[in-house]
Design a protein around this ligand. Structure first.
Ligand code: ADP
Length: 468
């Protein structure tokens, strides 16, 4: 099958969170199964763009409202990612460093989608599937089936994957003319709560809808930022497929970003070396248990509670624990998390910002990884933690519920029910007790490293969905 993925992120070209990881891995594994999966994404000003060679496969114009933008689609020449990657350059809209958060994001992502379809519409053949990811590509299923200029694509199946239903990309009806012409009788397919809502439109128009874990599909009918009833209505065509991880990128044996590679057999010496280096860099004591957090500092991740959770844990432990945070997001949370370093130097540190290499070093060097998420569609951090022999401490929600089993239930992680200071504090206490039993910790680490969360299985599930 020829599968075209459309996404705003794809690792290693551009990554803000899990979406980038998934779109950077799933196509590679689909190709390994004998299919031809390709990725189309915007051409941000990224290192990838300047360090690689490209050929132009499309040169044209894209009209958004009354402005004509020059559009060019570039293919990376060597297929080095394990799949063909196409970057959509739209002059004036994507030649910037960031991925999201601009005042003209609506125009940017409409231009991305229209330029991509204009290009595909010129092909002599049709792809077997167009697979769109999140709201940035969410207008595609509507446009393919309703816009006059793409009429001959309307039999191409479209699949939407919802990585996070909190973000929907809504904009006002005053921007209706930003879209290519279509029969106005179909406007209801774009509408949700009196706005044009790309995610809602994709849920309505895509042939199939998937969520990134089975539990998230159950939860999303109750918590989906206003889309609950729509998702319940469309439940019949929806399926939860658990994300995998790219075991080539996340491989503790071969990882070049960590100081010492290790396998399940050499895990104790490997983790020790990585922990010592991490503690040296962040002025922590490697003889004490190291609790960590990696992620966006937003309410969904429970980040607003982290400062209180950490103050309590540090006060109660009499200096017997270490905590290290890597993240960025809400400036107030960033400030509060930074302040703790001054109160507890030697036991606590925080790196505020985005740092891919440091994330690998933390998965390798930490004893525990905290994920007190309020919402977690899948969560990849806990799967990376397992692969690197780091014990996850997670709230039982979404994909966390599908991937982590509590030690009390014969599993390997520590689970709690609520995103609350008390619940997480209690879980930290349980982790401390566990840490004192090093034989048990060793046994769990070995077991966690043997768990297979690679994409092999889920990549095939998507193929089955395309063929349904
Ligand atoms: P989400 O997509 O909701 O942010 P996921 O758990 O699905 O959460 O994926 C998060 C990904 O982003 C992981 O690869 C994680 O390591 C990475 N990540 C998050 N914050 C940072 C950061 N500050 N620095 C480096 N990597 C980060």
């Amino acid at each position: 099958m020829e599968i075209i993925h459309l996404s705003a992120e794809c690792y290693p070209v551009a990554k803000v969170g899990g979406l980038g990881d998934v779109v950077g891995a799933l196509p590679k594994y689909q190709n390994k199964l004998g299919h031809v999966a390709k990725v189309v994404m915007p051409a941000y000003n990224s290192k990838f763009l300047y360090e690689n060679e490209f050929e132009t496969v499309y040169d044209g114009w894209v009209k958004v409202a009354s402005t004509n933008y020059q559009a060019r689609i570039l293919r990376e020449k060597t297929n080095k990612l394990g799949f063909d990657i196409f970057l959509v350059h739209v002059a004036g809209l994507f030649d910037r460093g960031g991925v999201y958060g601009y005042g003209d994001d609506t125009e940017r992502f409409i231009a991305f989608q229209v330029a991509t379809l204009d290009w595909i519409a010129q092909w002599e053949h049709r792809p077997d599937v167009i697979h769109v990811h999140d709201h940035h590509a969410g207008l595609i299923p509507f446009m393919v089936s309703n816009c006059d200029q793409y009429r001959h694509l309307n039999q191409v199946p479209t699949v939407l994957t919802i990585h996070n239903a909190q973000y929907q990309g809504q904009f006002g009806w005053d921007k209706l003319l930003y879209l290519p012409p279509f029969d106005l009788i179909n406007t209801s397919k774009l509408d949700w709560n009196s706005a044009i809502n790309p995610l809602a439109s994709a849920i309505k128009c895509a042939w199939r809808v998937t969520t990134v874990s089975p539990s998230y599909l159950e939860e999303i009918s109750h918590v989906a930022n206003g889309l609950e009833s729509l998702l319940s209505q469309e439940r019949g065509k929806s399926i939860g497929v658990l994300n995998g991880i790219d075991t080539e990128v996340w491989n503790p044996q071969k990882d070049k970003m960590i100081v010492k590679g290790y396998t399940a057999r050499t895990i104790e010496s490997g983790k020790k070396a990585n922990k010592e280096e991490l503690c040296r860099v962040f002025n922590l004591d490697s003889t004490k248990p190291l609790y960590t957090f990696i992620g966006r500092l937003v309410g969904e991740k429970g980040a607003d509670l982290l400062p209180d959770i950490f103050y309590n844990a540090l006060a109660q432990s009499n200096g017997d624990i270490n905590i290290l945070v890597l993240g960025s997001g809400d400036p107030q949370v960033e400030d509060r998390l930074s302040e703790i370093t001054h109160r507890y130097p030697g036991n606590y540190n925080a790196y505020i910002g985005y740092n891919e290499a440091l994330s690998h070093q933390i998965y390798a060097g930490a004893d525990f990884l905290l994920m007190p998420s309020r919402v977690e569609p899948c969560g990849l951090n806990q799967m990376y933690a397992l692969r690197y022999g780091t014990i996850p401490i997670v709230r039982r929600i979404g994909g966390l519920k599908d991937t982590v089993i509590d030690i009390g239930d014969g599993g390997f992680g520590i689970c709690h029910d609520q995103t609350s200071v008390w619940d997480v504090g209690h879980a930290i206490g349980r982790a401390y007790e566990l840490y004192l039993d090093q034989n048990k910790v060793k046994e769990i680490r070995k077991y966690m490293m043997s768990i297979d969360h690679s994409w092999d299985n889920s990549a095939q599930q998507y193929i089955d969905i395309y063929q349904m």
